[in-house]
Design a protein around this ligand. Structure first.
Ligand SMILES: [Zn+2]
Length: 207
């Protein structure tokens, strides 16, 4: 793991300086990719895009902050799940990259309980609405967006829709990934799974 030089970023709410070091290089050997795009890596701390300011606790998007002049800064902190929900509500019906990012993040957080072994997929009302909103926010202009729509549809139990979308990315994404997704659609299995590069599915949680 290699970090860039320390920088100071100015909070967009209070102007306070926040300490920031970009992660430049990571050891990806231990990283595990999941079908919802989440990357599990015990050796690499997550670098979130949106965090809470260490001074005023306001939510800030790190890539959008200007450099700060002072160096009396503090650390930012990760947002809690409830803070992410609250922030999503503040974006209302707005179609934006911010809203999509937050909602994808909440989807991944909801899937954590299955990553930990919970076998039954039961969404709460807000989690289900969140997945439906993601489908509305995706413009399906790239293979990655289509694949996200496939996985959200599959996880909502909309298997026919998932299969219809999956054929649109044939030849554009690794065949091993498409095979693993298709097998689960055919089996009407809505669970998140860890993706294996060689085509074999990873961790399975038993039903
Ligand atoms: Zn602040």
């Amino acid at each position: 793991m290699r970090y860039g030089p320390e920088r100071w970023l100015a909070c967009s709410h209070c102007g306070g300086a926040l300490r920031f070091r970009a992660l430049l290089q990571v050891d990806a050997r231990l990283a595990q990719l999941w079908s919802d795009g989440y990357v599990d890596s015990p050796s690499v701390p997550e670098q979130p895009l949106v965090v809470a300011c260490g001074h005023c606790q306001g939510s800030v998007w790190l890539p959008e902050l200007a450099d700060a002049t002072g160096s009396d800064g503090v650390d930012y902190r990760a947002l809690t799940e409830e803070e992410l929900w609250a922030l999503t509500r503040s974006y209302g019906e707005e179609l934006s990259e911010h809203q999509l990012h937050l909602r994808l993040k909440l989807w991944q957080l909801a899937n954590h309980r299955h990553r930990r072994g919970e076998s039954q997929v039961v969404w709460s009302d807000r989690e289900r609405r969140n997945l439906e909103r993601i489908l509305g926010l995706l413009d399906l202009s790239t293979a990655t967006e289509v694949m996200t729509a496939v996985e959200v549809s599959r996880q909502l139990g909309m298997f026919n829709q998932a299969l219809g979308l999956l054929v649109r990315v044939e030849g554009e994404l690794p065949a091993a990934l498409l095979t693993q997704v298709e097998q689960r659609i055919q089996a009407r299995d809505p669970r998140v799974f860890s993706v294996r590069a060689n085509g074999e599915a990873g961790h399975e949680c038993r039903r």
